[in-house]
Design a protein around this ligand. Structure first.
Ligand SMILES: [Zn+2]
Length: 1224
């Protein structure tokens, strides 16, 4: 390989009078033949040059200064000389040059091909028999210096045979420390390359390292350090790890480690100790290694040694690496469950043979689905082809393929194609949900002063209204009702609060009642029964309350009276709980009467205009749950009044996760300390609450949205909790909601939810759990508050069955751990993942929304359909009444653009409901903005797409065991009725040329902060795929950016930077993508709200509360108004043009400024910057950490261990505080 002829040094404007440059110029003239023919001259010149560089610091700078060709001249001479003295001189020159200012100089050396020259000299010298030790020493020293800057060095060295030269040198010079050291340094660099590591392992390098490795000694510590690092690099190969295990080196490593641990009392050699741990860490990446480690008593050894290190902060790297190894080797436990299938099963009438439910229940009996039979297939303890491939292909640190593979690249799928879907004949039945589009209001007196007359006119119409629940059967065309026109105008009830439901004497049930009315009509006998139950329940609630209920209950009107706000309420946590029809004797009727303190009902009605305690209980009665819940949780009953104080994101205290993990490890080390006392168990259906002796807390979650499956006391003040799977499913654990009582005041309790599934959580980034205290509530503070300390989320030692992981073996669950104390005796407290919002709450709110109606407001509540669980799915229509029934006004009324909103398809995302509540209240409000909005648009709203999931405490699915937001392409009328009919509504609109201007589905995001949107853009998707050719001719309207842009300007929680407009393949059956693609709605969005808090804007540093979420819902409305006002006309196209102006039409600029590519709508697959998961096994697939570490090794960290990121390290502290997402 001939080097390019370097330019004359003097040509570059460096004073040619400089001594150095005169020498360099002389050297340059010699390059070529004269270098060989006149060795004496070359020796002299180089030796003078060396002398100058050694004695005058500026010389080095002159050689290396920019624009000069000094390095080229030197390398070129080195390449052409055959004289050993000249070679040595030049190597010494290089060594001097590269020692100073090394970063840039080494870079220049490498980029000019220096390493290649060194390797060639090394090879040719080794071929000449006995190479000079001095030469070898110099070559290796230089290679060690520059090696880490040349990512190709490992490959070059292997291909040229230099690796073997070095290994042989080491073998022959075990006692020659001076030469051994640079050779080992070079070996360590070579070993970073996986192929090299494997081949080095084969040629005995591991045994060689163990020959050099030694117990504690003050001598030769740098040699030992390099040896340990090289060994750790070699052991990254699974083949090598196996080799080391088989040779018995695990116990050797442990005893060498302990020797250093004991003798290195001043902690001067922690790097060596850390290196030894890194060797153990890499060996235990294979199952064989973990077994050997356990057999060698590694757990106890590392546990004891790290306990001794805990007090010395500088030893944290040792403790953290030890804890990582121990966690890996912790024997996998079995979740304490008989099955991971949900404790409840809902029998579906219609099961798709290939569907998830069929699969779930087609397992042969006796199959243990909690853990896999054996872990034999867990991983191959050998390097796979892929490992080697990836190492060879060292082009990129990160594989861009994984980022791109989910992006939609099919250009046909990227063009919205209105798909007619079902024939119009079939869709025609949906006309009845759009009476506002045909209504002529003739016969209606629209004058607002005559409310009474409109009320009466519609009250006569209502009872005759046929109740049609559109199911697949009911929607056959011949069921089209012609009576629709009679129902279109809802009653104007004025501002009086409505009568509570189920009062037989109520003159007119408001529309919200349709839900209940319908059911009660259908099941009249059941209604009687339920009222009896309710009476019983209320007796429980208020046994001693004279003022409460009084005579009314005998009239059968249940709880219709306004309850005095100070009514005494007796409770012991069981009061409402025991309202079960069964008499309650078997689940602890222990005495509401003798034990409970007399408490009072909080006056939430004054603070919460949409809340009504009695109405809530009434709504619960009509809610159908699979477990047939008969209890009401107090927080939902009393309501939640958002606190006036802000709740900052929790500062994580240093070392929290580590200490929790150590406590977990202690379970293994000191098994006798563990109580294992069962306290609550849904799998014992008769009596899940196990009677307590007063030494333990009591648990319960048998109420709407509750989902605790099991509670086990593990230590005196520590509890393991297991969540129930979604109904008809065997996983989805994240949402939780449960009740605790029987606590001691002032004691710190630790709770561990041990079967979480997601690999990361906002609990690691400042989020706290929510707690509701009944005692606080009755003292006038009915509210959820963020609570808990020592919160962390980490992978635990409970094995996950491959049945629940989609076939992947060897996965673990995660623990969400928090500690808290209680301030009141005899309290009943609730803990939840996020502010609950039950289906019954929705019904109550919709009912109360009627009271907000003024004569100007057009509000209609329909039942879209019934769910599998027998709950109704409400559909709301909100707009303004026409100004008059003149044809102009009617025309304006009918032609208002539609806005279609939905929420809560994912039941665990309760924040979506709070945002929706904010939207609904704003829309029904008295503000002029609300009035303008109503006059501008017709709102169609499905506030809860998955009532069954909400009722039954699911996190993700409906009763079909499926994620409903993955069913939009082909919803099944029977299995996914809410999606089927919602999509049909949209298809109907598309057919009528009335596709909505905006579609938005409200969601909650569990792993990101702020509120943000996902939309659909062809261009932005194509940019992500780098198919630039196709995109150049593409014209795309930028209108999809307007709404999020406005929101980012007016809504403090909203962050444009988190928005994404990329169409992903994995999302092609979500509402957003289907409504965009099939219905042709350009502004089709998912709006995601954080469960945690904000890291920008006004709320930066604070956790999100219901006030902020409701505000978000209101701001969404305001943004729609702005969208409207930007035009001032109803011309749709004009609107779009203006939006483009507003945003700036430079698409490239737009794309670069804000789109974050996000892999998963709800859970981005990348992890946030805190690296708790670095402490995970290699086989995990989430081993970003490992990949990150190795790439850093290559790119310049000399210590192969230093790249391990530690959970509690200072560097990550900032990251978790802000919760920033590491955007890969
Ligand atoms: Zn969601």
């Amino acid at each position: 390989m001939k080097m390019n002829k370097p330019k004359m040094a003097s040509e570059k404007g460096v004073p040619s009078t400089s001594k150095v440059h005169i020498l360099l110029a002389q050297l340059e003239r010699m390059t070529g033949d004269s270098m060989v023919t006149d060795p004496e001259a070359s020796r002299q010149i180089t030796s003078k040059l060396l002398h100058l560089i050694q004695t005058q610091e500026k010389t080095g700078r002159e050689v290396m200064s920019k624009g000069t060709s000094g390095m080229e001249v030197i390398l070129s001479s080195l390449e052409s000389t055959r004289d050993s003295q000249t070679t040595l001189n030049i190597l010494c020159i290089l060594s001097e040059l590269l020692t100073l200012g090394k970063g840039r100089r080494v870079g220049a050396f490498v980029s000019k091909g220096g390493t290649g020259v060194l390797l060639r000299i090394l090879i040719s010298a080794s071929r000449e028999g006995q190479p000079s030790e001095e030469l070898m020493l110099q070559l290796h020293s230089l290679l060690a210096k520059v090696g880490l800057k040349d990512r190709k060095l490992g490959v070059k060295a292997r291909l040229s045979g230099a690796v073997n030269v070095t290994v042989n040198l080491i073998k022959k010079n075990l006692q020659n420390i001076k030469l051994l050291l640079p050779c080992l340094q070079v070996l360590r660099v070579y070993s970073v390359n996986m192929v090299n590591a494997i081949s080095l392992g084969k040629s005995g390098a591991i045994e060689l390292m163990f020959k050099i490795l030694a117990p504690y000694s003050k001598k030769n510590t740098s040699l030992i350090k390099v040896t340990v690092d090289a060994l750790a690099a070699l052991l990254k190969s699974k083949t090598n790890a196996r080799r080391a295990v088989e040779a018995g080196y695990v116990s050797t490593l442990l005893s060498v480690y302990m020797d250093w641990h004991r003798h290195d009392t001043w902690h001067r050699h922690t790097v060596i100790r850390k290196g030894l741990l890194c060797c153990l860490r890499n060996i235990t990446n294979i199952r064989l290694g973990r077994r050997a480690f356990t057999n060698a008593d590694g757990m106890r050894i590392l546990y004891n040694s790290s306990s001794e290190c805990l007090t010395v902060r500088t030893l944290d790297p040792l403790v953290n690496t030890s804890s990582l190894i121990m966690r890996k080797c912790f024997p996998k436990n079995r979740l304490p469950l008989p099955t991971i299938k949900s404790a409840f099963h809902h029998q579906l009438t219609h099961v798709l043979p290939s569907g998830p439910v069929a699969q779930l229940y087609s397992q042969p009996p006796g199959v243990d689905d909690v853990v896999d039979d054996s872990d034999d297939n867990e991983d191959m303890d050998a390097d796979t082809e892929n490992d080697t491939e990836n190492e060879e292909d060292e082009k990129d640190e990160k594989d861009p393929r994984s980022l791109n593979e989910d992006i939609e690249k099919d250009i046909n799928k990227l063009h919205p194609q209105k798909s007619p879907g079902r024939p119009f004949e079939e869709l025609k039945v949906y006309e009845r949900f759009f009476v506002e589009l045909t209504e002529d209001f003739q016969g209606h007196n629209i004058d607002c002063s005559t409310t009474a007359s409109t009320t009466s006119s519609s009250s006569s119409a209502r009872p005759s209204r046929p109740v049609i629940v559109p199911t697949a059967q009911a929607l056959s065309p011949n069921h089209v009702t012609t009576q629709n026109s009679q129902v279109l105008c809802p009653p104007h009830k004025g501002r009086d609060p409505p009568s509570p439901p189920s009062t037989a004497t109520a003159p007119l049930p408001p529309p919200a009642l349709q839900l209940d009315t319908f059911r009660f009509n259908k099941e009249l006998s059941k209604k009687e029964e339920m009222q009896q139950e309710l009476l019983h329940a209320l007796e429980c609630v208020s046994v001693k309350a004279e003022a409460f209920l009084n005579a009314d209950k005998h009239k059968g009107s249940s709880i219709s009276t306004r309850k005095p706000s100070q009514s005494p309420l007796l409770l012991e946590g069981i009061a409402i709980r025991c309202m079960a029809g069964g008499g309650g004797s078997d689940c602890g009727s222990e005495g509401t009467e003798d034990e409970g303190a007399v408490l009072e009902v909080p006056d939430t009605a004054q603070l919460l205009p949409l809340h009504d305690l009695d109405l809530y209980v009434e709504m619960v009665k009509g809610t159908h749950s699979v477990p047939q819940y008969t209890e009401v949780a107090y927080p939902d009953y009393f309501g939640h009044v958002a606190p006036t104080f802000r709740e900052p994101l929790l500062e994580r205290v240093y070392g929290v996760q580590r200490s929790k993990i150590f406590q977990d490890i202690e379970r293994l080390i000191h098994p006798n300390d563990i109580l294992d006392k069962l306290l609550y168990d849904l799998d014992v259906p008769s009596c899940p609450v196990i009677e307590s002796d007063g030494e333990s807390l009591k648990f319960n979650s048998q109420f709407e949205s509750g989902n605790l499956r099991k509670a086990i006391q593990v230590r005196k003040y520590e509890y393991d909790l297991v969540l129930n799977s979604d109904i008809n499913s065997n996983h989805h654990h994240q949402w939780f909601y449960f009740e605790v009582s029987g606590m001691r005041v002032g004691t710190m309790y630790r709770f561990n939810i041990i079967n979480c599934e997601k690999s990361n959580s906002q609990f690691n980034y400042g989020m706290q759990v929510l707690m509701y205290s009944v005692q606080e509530a009755i003292s006038g503070r009915p509210r959820w508050v963020r609570t808990g300390t020592d919160i962390c989320y980490y992978k635990n030692h409970f094995a996950r069955s491959s049945i629940a992981t989609g076939g992947q073996k060897g996965k673990s669950y995660y623990t969400m751990s928090f500690s808290t104390s209680f301030s009141h005796k005899d309290d009943v407290c609730y803990f939840t993942y996020h502010y609950p919002y039950t289906y019954s709450s929705l019904k109550m709110h919709l009912f109360k929304l009627e009271a907000m109606r003024t004569p100007e407001i057009y509000l209609r509540q329909d039942v879209l359909c019934e769910t599998l669980g027998g709950n109704s799915c409400p559909l709301l229509t909100i707009t303004a009444m026409p100004e008059s029934n003149s044809s102009d006004h009617i025309c304006q009324f009918r032609n208002r653009p539609l806005i279609f909103l939905s929420a809560r398809v994912h039941p665990g995302e309760t924040n979506a409901s709070w945002v929706m509540k904010g939207t609904l209240e704003f829309l029904m409000g008295a503000s002029s903005q609300a009035a303008s909005l109503r006059e501008a648009y017709i709102f169609k709203i499905v506030p809860m797409l998955n009532p069954d999931g909400v009722v039954n405490g699911n996190d993700r699915c409906s009763l079909s065991g499926e994620d409903l937001n993955r069913q939009w392409q082909n919803p099944d009328a029977e299995l996914h009725p809410t999606i089927y009919h919602t999509k049909s509504l949209l298809q109907y609109l598309a057919h009528m040329q009335r596709a909505p201007l905006v579609f938005c589905d409200y969601h909650g995001h569990s792993r990101k902060k702020n509120v943000f949107m996902y939309g659909c853009s062809v261009k932005e998707t194509i940019w992500q795929t780098n198919i630039s050719a196709a995109s150049t001719e593409l014209q795309e309207d930028l209108g999809y950016r307007a709404l999020p842009k406005i929101l980012s300007q007016i809504a403090p929680a909203f962050s444009m930077g988190s928005c994404s407009f990329v169409v992903e393949r994995s999302k092609e059956s979500t509402a957003r993508v289907v409504v965009w693609r099939e219905i042709g709605v350009q502004r089709s969005y998912t709006m995601e709200s954080t469960v945690c808090g904000c890291d920008q804007g006004k709320y930066k540093g604070f956790q999100i509360g219901t006030r902020e979420l409701e505000e978000m819902g209101a701001q969404f409305c305001v943004a729609l108004l702005r969208l409207k006002r930007m035009t001032g006309v109803h011309n749709h196209q004009h609107l779009l043009d203006l939006e483009s102006d507003l945003i700036g039409t430079q698409p490239k600029v737009v794309s670069s400024c804000s789109t974050t590519y996000v892999m998963d709508e709800d859970e981005p697959s990348f992890l946030e910057a805190v690296d708790y998961s670095a402490e995970s096994n290699d086989e995990d697939g989430e081993a970003d950490s490992e990949a990150g570490a190795s790439s850093r090794d290559v790119s310049g960290t000399p210590d192969s261990c230093a790249a391990v990121r530690l959970s509690d390290s200072e560097s990550s502290k900032e990251a978790w505080k802000t919760g920033r997402v590491a955007n890969q």
